[in-house]
Write a protein that binds this ligand. Structure first.
Ligand SMILES: Nc1ncnc2c1ncn2[C@@H]1O[C@H](COP(=O)(O)OP(=O)(O)OP(=O)(O)O)[C@@H](O)[C@H]1O
Length: 239
């Protein structure tokens, strides 16, 4: 795998600089991106997924530009959004799961067959015709992860994959993610969930603040968050 390359990457919106000057080569299998609210983590994932175009510099994913080459991006990158409601488009479980496969060029018939096989393999064959609106938040999140996995991308981008999950669901999703062969790039506010990453990237106000092994970066991050937490109320808007 050639990995993901960010070259002097920057992004601005509504006249505001949101990310600037990022130069990173991302080759590791488990990468965590940490940072405070509004530090630019989600924007970085959206740039890597090719959902938005850089305002400055470039992103390359396994040799392609994910914004210009959408088909190539769909083969290489999957993204799990923080809020499943932002990801789910279809009324039933099987339609939702089949959609990504259709986008990758599979016929509707083959996509539905693959979807039903995948549900059966997970012991959830009876979910196929279920209405997505009847699922709980955690079940919707499972559905979104399943949709990404069915597309078999080389890299999966996860935006706070544990938000809104109860403790058993966190344990289940953690096990599932740990077993995946793919490269995972996971956003988190929570240092504990980044502890097993091979590499931790800390963003601060849209810029790289630290980059290294978890046992070096996380203690600095935790200490800094504690320091800020002890200071006065923090009501500044980023940018
Ligand atoms: N399209 C946009 N137009 C204007 N401002 C934007 C846009 N996208 C992001 N922002 C702003 O950029 C900053 C970074 O947002 P982003 O969602 O990337 O941060 P984050 O680190 O993921 O935050 P959180 O941890 O709260 O999810 C925020 O101040 C946000 O309001």
């Amino acid at each position: 795998m050639a990995g993901i390359t960010l070259r002097d990457l920057g992004y601005a919106a509504a006249g505001k600089v949101i990310l600037a000057g990022l130069n990173l080569q991302l080759d590791q299998r488990r990468i965590a991106i940490i940072g405070r609210n509004g530090s630019g983590k989600t924007t970085l994932l959206r740039l890597i997924a090719g959902l938005v175009a850089p305002s400055h510099g470039a992103v390359t994913v396994e040799g392609i530009d994910p914004y210009r080459d959408r088909k190539g991006a769909l083969q290489r990158i999957g993204i799990l959004f923080q809020n499943p409601e932002h990801q789910i488009l279809f009324p039933t479980v099987e339609e939702e799961l089949a959609f990504g496969l259709r986008q990758q060029g599979m016929t509707q018939k083959d996509a539905l067959r693959r979807t039903r096989d995948a549900l059966a393999a997970e012991g959830r064959a009876h979910w196929a015709q279920a209405s997505v609106s009847t699922l709980s938040g955690g079940q919707k999140q499972w559905l979104c992860l399943q949709a990404v996995l069915l597309m078999a991308p080389e890299t999966i981008l996860l935006d706070e994959p544990f938000s809104g999950l109860d403790l058993p669901a966190i344990a289940r999703v953690t096990r599932r993610l740990e077993a995946l062969p793919q490269r995972l790039i996971t956003i988190s506010h929570d240092p504990a969930s980044a502890a097993k990453a091979e590499r931790v990237i800390w963003l601060e106000a849209g810029r790289l603040h630290a980059d290294g092994p978890a046992d070096q970066v996380l203690p600095q991050f935790t200490a800094e968050m504690a320091r800020i937490g002890e200071a006065d109320a923090d009501a500044d808007l980023a940018g």
